[in-house]
Ligand binder design. Sequence first.
Ligand code: S3P
Length: 444
Amino acid sequence: MRFHVEPCGRPLRGEVAIPGDKSIGHRALLFSLLSQTPVRVLGLGDGADNGRSAKAVSALGGRIEKDGPALVIHGTGLDGMRVPASRIDCGNSGTTIRLLCGLLAGQRFQATLFGDESLSKRPMRRVIEPLAKMGATITGEGQGADVTPPLVIGPATGPLRALDYTLPMASAQVKTAILLAGLYADGATTVREPGPSRDHSERMLAHLGAPLTVTGRATTIDTRGWNRQLAGEGFEVPSDPSSSAFLIAAALLAGADEVRLPNICTNPTRTGFLDAIQQMGGTVAFEDERHAGPEPVATLVVRGPAQPLRAIEIAEDLAVRSIDELPILAVLAARASGTTVVRNAEELRVKESDRIATTCAMLRSFGIACEARPDGFTVEGRPDRPLDPGHVHADGDHRIAMAGAVAGLVASGETIIDDADNVATSYPGFAAALTQLGATIRVV
Ligand code: S3P
């Protein structure tokens, strides 16, 4: 799939309903499998990655039923999972495979997980190592220095061992895998992390009655005296802030008569992108703030002509809280005055692509000077004239494809984005949403 993007000559305008948050969607599906009672999930996104988690739930004995706009998930409880009939295909989804590792570590059966070409290269040692310390058996392929899918998990021969583990990197996927395995361990399992990775698992597991406590950056599951039952009526999945970032950036760069994005998750572990924009001098208004179950949400609004932006430094906690938004922040940096520096973001190297390399290549194709660093990159902003028309190879990475398309709105001629199929993993309606706001983007 290829995007053809035309320069956008007028301000964007309109209201777009962004699909449900991908991270929360995975958790709503996989955690509901562990529930004793049916769980109603409202607002699940339509991306292929969440679809992988839904299929895994079915393969493990859960039943997913449509009920009007909602899905009702009839889980198996902690101990009623079915032996999957075949290998579980996780597609492009790192969250599906890593969360399943934690979920399956304590099961009395064996299961095999695999994925597409990109997922088959992603590092799994980070999740295998702590789970092995808990007594799980997980084997994978040896590619380079790490362990990669396919992964064969289990069978566990008894309860797992409780673990006190300090994560070497801030990772919500690894944290969640350990907490899920902790439900199958005797005693108190604690995960400590060096940075504020997204905390949806903590909020949602507590919502289902898991024996979970959070103290600073340490989260504990203590199964002592617990009745081993999770239950809850439902989850409302708020709209995805990571998908909204592309439309917010488009509205800031092209200008907005008024662009409104309702119901966006504003969990502080996900608002690094919005905080970075504010530091760059951009304005995004929060309206209609409320809670959707355990998550805060708001309508995000961009108004006014193209906003002048200035370069900033993105490092440490801000880098963790905007990790998935760094490619689109790089596009904003390309239009900002000064040199933007991104540091402490080495995790970008092991996302759906090497996002330090692919972000730099994407910006260079628009004529922007961008330098890769081991743990990030620098971008020389060019606010005084349009970007050159780009020709981006997205390298199968959804966020690079969408970031490139947004950059194309402020280029001096037609931009082409190749290898954009994987936009469907997180935001199949992306091109339609940009079109709805008044941009011209053709999908061929
Ligand atoms: C995610 C966690 C992050 C993020 C990914 C989704 C999650 O990855 O980049 O897109 O849903 O837990 P890490 O856990 O590797 O930081």
